[in-house]
Design a protein around this ligand. Sequence first.
Ligand code: FAD
Length: 507
Amino acid sequence: ITSGASEIGEDIVFLSLIHGAKICIADVQENIEKQTVLICPISRRVKMKGGEKRYCRIQWLWVLVALVAAFVAMAVSSKTSPRIALFGAIERACPCAQGTPKFSGIVEDCCCDYETVDRLNEEVLYPSLQELVKTPFFRYFKVKLWCDCPFWPDDGMCRLRDCSVCECPESEFPETFKKPHRLSMNDLVCQEGKPQAAVDRTLDSKAFKGWPEIDNPWTNDDETNNDELTYVNLQLNPERYTGYTGTSARRIWDAVYSENCPKYPSQELCQEEKILYKLISGLHSSISIHIAADYLLDEATNLWGQNLTLMYDRVLKYPDRVRNLYFTFLFVLRAVTKAADYLEQAEYDTGKPHEDLKTQSLIKHLLYNPKLQAACPVPFDEAKLWKGQGGPELKQKIQQQFRNISALMDCVGCEKCRLWGKLQVLGLGTALKILFSVDGQENSVQTLQLQRNEVIALLNLLNRVSESVKFVHEMGPTAERIMEGHLSAHTTLIIVWKKIWSYVLKN
Ligand SMILES: Cc1cc2nc3c(=O)[nH]c(=O)nc-3n(C[C@H](O)[C@H](O)[C@H](O)COP(=O)(O)OP(=O)(O)OC[C@H]3O[C@@H](n4cnc5c(N)ncnc54)[C@H](O)[C@@H]3O)c2cc1C
């Protein structure tokens, strides 16, 4: 509310709060002998004694006075009716109360509109994917983690311990994934001392039961080579802020963009190159949104939370980046639904029959959801691509470019970023493989063969992008309001805090 108020409004709100605080301080002083500090409950059902009731009544009264004062102040400052001023403020704060959404119509080059994507994501995709990625089959990812950059040496720009993927005891791992005695006792110490960051690095040939060992032509890593590979529990290594920044991170993104799309956004680009750019940009947006959604706000107190300013500065300020995020979402979704027959029949064996059945049923629910099939049956139409003269050559060129992007992931100087970078690039590579080719041939689902790790990467990527789309949809309007407002809530809060502080110092 203070964000809509003028200087006078702030003063009134400030005075009301100070008087409320004064009563609070007096009461705390009274209660000092009892050594208790009372926090007033909102619920009336909480049992309170007479003195406590009185104290809370007075405190809530002052909150009411502060609200009324803000309401009056806004009316005065906006020279309009209090109702309009107040609802103006609420409208800015509440995304659901807003008129035309910023992104509407069909997502470029796709077959669904923004509103449908948001609705399907909220009702079907996000909840199913959240469940799916927690299952034993989808939470362990096989990856070569250490830095093996073919382009330049790793310069270790990782600033926080949160960059590291850490190792933990074998005991938490599904039996079918294990190869006994693979993990040495020396490796068991968690780098961060936090169980939630723990990683098991064992592997086992049984884990590939029922799944072919085939190299993906779109990616650089040889997926059939199990040497030096590590199993990582993705649930324990969330993609979030790691402190990886500066020239090292910048160099990777610059290389990714300049390697593949030197001229973008010039119109000289052909459609296919534009699509590769949009996929990378969409992935980049999604990574930035995850950093913003789970950010280390205060290193000293280890306080994590949302950083809407970062989301605005890196993504929302550039509408194309939001559009590319939605495009990437629909592209990957199309790949998943196109591979539906294959994914339905695949084996999801982790040695836990109950959980494996659940995985199978979640996959079916996702692939054959009636709402999804009715509202967005073909999220992206790949059939219109590679049709022109030189189509096959162009496809090979782009395949090589994507392989180079995949190789660049070995240069990421932060272990956790490398983990998610590799997973998501493999996920995109798998989507490209499903939609476009196996060895440059016209693809048909019948001949499609996927590795277990490719399927894990594909579905985890879809989940990551789904989370980003949801976060943008829900928090984007608030972030924009704060950043684009006349007087930002942040600025107002700072002013009020400064006033409270100077008042405390003076008294
Ligand atoms: C593969 C990879 C994974 C990473 N994972 C993490 C992680 O998990 N946690 C973490 O904290 N950090 C991670 N990072 C680092 C993070 O992405 C940023 O590089 C870092 O936070 C510094 O951000 P920046 O503001 O310099 O801009 P960057 O995000 O580095 O962007 C560099 C430049 O790219 C352009 N750009 C930015 N976004 C887009 C877009 N969506 N589309 C098109 N162009 C764009 C802009 O010109 C921008 O200046 C990762 C980096 C890489 C390469």
